[in-house]
Design a protein around this ligand. Structure first.
Ligand code: GLC
Length: 723
């Protein structure tokens, strides 16, 4: 049962597809493909309109602050209640004990004192079904475009409060028996997740920036020479002419279409970045067209809003306006026409280095500082002014959107901007390439965006703690619909080290988006830069060996509104220890992973909720296999070893690898197996491109019985052997 409660007059975020299908006369604009709509019948939905003081809502008490503008929903927390979800955020899988804000923010310091990162993911599950819990199990989704604060027992350890800033919103309460069912119910509510092309599951190499075609060629050559598999190279902002979207710098990349073709000949996809800000420059067609048609965000007085980002002064396309969105999306064609098949959308919180008028004020103030004898307060004030220029709420409040005739202040819709930029591109792809999946992922997002693209976790650092953060975010993002995701492997900011990169890749081989990316002026971190080439090669090869399983599990999760990464407690709900494990994950139906994320550790403690078979890979040809009983273990894992735990009566199909995705041969498989009675695996596969795919017709059933006999039936007839 879903309970829907409407507060005030909410802005239509376009996130919920189910209720629009069943109740609202207004369809979700722009997106009519079948896969957007949930496959099964809508769940029963009970709708209530909150009418004011005497109106009661289930589970929460409600009070209003700021003259009745801000809603505060409160419910008690029992000692052992847990909170899952909230997508892209710092801290653990269980969100209890900290305060999080959905307020998309460009912040490159993902330290645990932060409350917001780039996304606004307003879904969580309150789970009090264990001993010491409240006995409730409830999914909560706040469908809102403005800021929402989730205080998960931080201010008062016995209270959960959700504070929604001024403006209407819709609250959805989802009641189901299991954690897993709550997630599926939620995901059916918000529509199916984005499907990337199969090549996007290959390894990608990125850097801010590869400065020329020759530098890219060198990156590809050195991967190939060292036998390091690779499918894509990312082009960061310097491929553009003075950071202007949809331009290519001809000095650095002469004859771009020919270069794109040349790379395709090497089985490499080039993936250019697109930023939200459009450079203000006469003669630049994107700027001129946008200005002429009024497609940029305005100020209250109707002048175009001017912000500062990489290109200097920019306007922001008003992607919340249908026509402007169509127009901006249309510009991706200029690169598609040159052979490009994938993009990453960036700086779309939108990042605001400065707002022009405030910059002037701040500079004036700084100019007045006491240079002769700056005292402590003068210094603090100076520092605050200098450091406080970027991303100021007061500056965001100067931006206005024309939401199809309705003039809306950005404050009211801040969290939608990145989502609608992704949507602009994706809707254009549906028009321009109706039959082909393209790669698209974004930095900023909000639920709803999961239908149009994936996300990466933004500007992390080359820190060991960020391997763990990467792991912990994965299930939370999956709950919110973001299946195609990953972090900058090796770390974006700061200098990486060989061991850090190896350990991070050992987690990264399981994430759908597997990209090594690093910032300007940091130590180079392409895998071929380091000494132990055999280790890098073996780890990357293992990724390509895992592809049949990973692709199959990803597609089944996407088509069934399910998760690829689950916390252990979702699979073993009765197990008290499992609910406390914060550094292991279930990946698909057969595997548990427990990566090492501490420097100089030669292994780690692992909790097994049941007996499992451990495959300790040093390479595809060098594996230790042992069966471990349920319980606590210390497991050795040298720097070049990857631990894969297989559940009883489960199979994992592996390929024999390949230098790139298209070279991976699914007609010959080796099976990781732990068969006690019988194991059946449903392997999904397709051509890797087609858009409206279904499970039916694409499944091959592989069975192994206790004597080791293998049977194969269904779509394909792979030759299988046990490993
Ligand atoms: C932002 C992105 C980062 C990119 C940089 C330059 O910081 O998050 O990935 O490299 O901008 O474009």
């Amino acid at each position: 049962m879903i309970k829907k409660i409407v507060f005030g007059q909410p802005i239509d975020t376009g996130t919920v597809v189910k209720s629009q299908k069943t109740e609202s006369p207004a369809p979700v604009p722009g997106r009519e493909t079948g896969r957007q709509m949930p496959a099964d019948e809508p769940a029963e939905m009970q709708e209530q309109v909150y009418t004011g003081k005497d109106s009661e809502i289930p589970y929460f008490s409600i009070r209003w602050q700021k003259d009745g503008a801000e809603a505060v929903l409160t419910c008690g927390l029992a000692q052992d209640d847990m909170i899952y979800g909230l997508g892209e955020n710092v801290r653990g899988i269980n969100k209890r004990g900290w305060i999080y804000e959905s307020n998309c923010t460009d912040d490159a310091d993902h330290t645990e004192n932060k409350r917001s990162l780039y996304g606004a993911h307003n879904f969580f599950i309150l789970d009090g079904m264990r001993a010491g819990g409240s006995g409730r199990r409830l999914g909560v989704f706040v469908d809102a475009a403005q800021k929402v604060i989730f205080d998960c027992g931080y201010t008062d350890s016995e209270e959960l409060t959700v504070t929604v800033s001024a403006g209407g919103f819709v609250l959805y309460l989802l009641e189901k028996e299991s954690l897993h069912d709550i997630v599926r119910e939620f995901r059916r509510l918000i529509g199916s997740s984005y499907l990337p092309p199969k090549w996007a599951f290959g390894y990608g190499q990125s850097r801010w920036s590869y400065m020329s075609a020759d530098e890219v060629r060198e990156v590809v050559r050195r991967h190939r020479e060292n036998g390091l598999p690779l499918d894509s190279v990312y082009l960061d902002i310097d491929y553009m002419e003075r950071y202007k979207d949809f331009t290519v710098d001809k000095n650095r990349f002469p004859d771009f279409p020919e270069f794109v073709e040349e790379m395709k000949g090497e089985h490499i996809h080039l993936v250019p970045i697109i930023d939200a800000g459009v450079k203000i420059e006469e003669g630049y067609p994107v700027y001129e067209e946008g200005l002429e048609n009024g497609y940029f965000c305005k100020r209250e007085d109707g002048r175009e809003f001017v912000g500062g980002v990489w290109p200097g002064r920019v306007h922001f396309p008003d992607v919340l306006n249908t026509k402007a969105r169509e127009w901006f999306g249309g510009w991706y064609k200029s690169l598609l026409d040159q052979g490009i098949e994938g993009f990453w959308n960036d700086m779309n919180e939108p990042a605001l280095f400065y707002e022009e008028e405030h910059l002037k004020e701040a500079l004036e103030k700084l100019g007045e500082a006491n240079v002769e004898n700056m005292d402590i307060w003068g210094f603090f004030d100076f520092k605050k002014t200098a450091l406080g220029i970027a991303s100021r709420p007061e500056d965001y409040a100067k931006i206005y959107h024309n939401m199809d005739g309705r003039n809306v202040c950005h404050e009211q819709v801040h969290n939608l901007y990145g989502y609608y930029m992704t949507r602009a591109a994706s809707e254009a792809f549906d028009r321009l390439e109706p039959d082909k999946r393209l790669l698209l992922f974004s930095r900023s997002s909000c639920e709803g965006a999961h239908r149009y693209g994936g996300i990466w976790m933004g500007d992390n650092q080359s820190w060991w703690s960020h391997i763990l953060l990467n792991l912990q975010m994965l299930p939370s993002l999956n709950m919110c619909g973001f299946l195609y995701c990953g972090a900058d492997l090796g770390g974006f900011g700061s200098d990486t080290s060989e061991d850090l990169l190896l350990r991070w890749l050992e987690l990264g081989i399981f994430t759908p988006l597997m990209r090594n990316h690093s910032a300007l002026d940091t130590r180079r971190q392409e895998a071929y830069r380091f000494g132990h080439q055999d280790d890098f090669r073996n780890i990357l090869k293992l990724r390509y060996a895992l592809l049949p399983y990973l692709y199959s599990e990803f597609m089944k999760a996407a088509l069934n509104d399910d998760m690829l990464f689950q916390p252990l407690s979702f699979v073993y709900p009765e197990d008290v220890f499992a609910s406390q494990v914060e550094d292991q994950l279930m990946v698909g139906e057969s595997i548990m992973i427990a990566p090492v994320y501490c420097q100089n550790a030669g292994g780690r403690y692992v909790y097994l909720p049941e007996e499992m078979k451990l495959y300790r890979f040093r390479g595809l040809d060098s594996v230790d296999i042992e069966i471990l009983p349920a319980g606590h273990h210390y497991v050795d894992a040298a720097l070049n070893e990857v631990l894969v735990f297989v559940r009883p009566d489960h199979l994992v199909p592996l390929s024999y690898g390949g230098e790139y995705v298209a070279a991976v041969d699914n007609s010959r498989l080796q099976l990781l197996h732990f068969v006690k009675t019988k194991a059946v695996y449903e392997l999904y596969d397709d051509d890797g491109y087609a858009k409206n795919v279904k499970l039916e017709g694409n499944i091959t059933k592989i069975s192994v019985d206790s004597s080791g006999e293998i049977t194969v039936e269904g779509a394909a007839k792979p030759e299988c052997r046990l490993m």
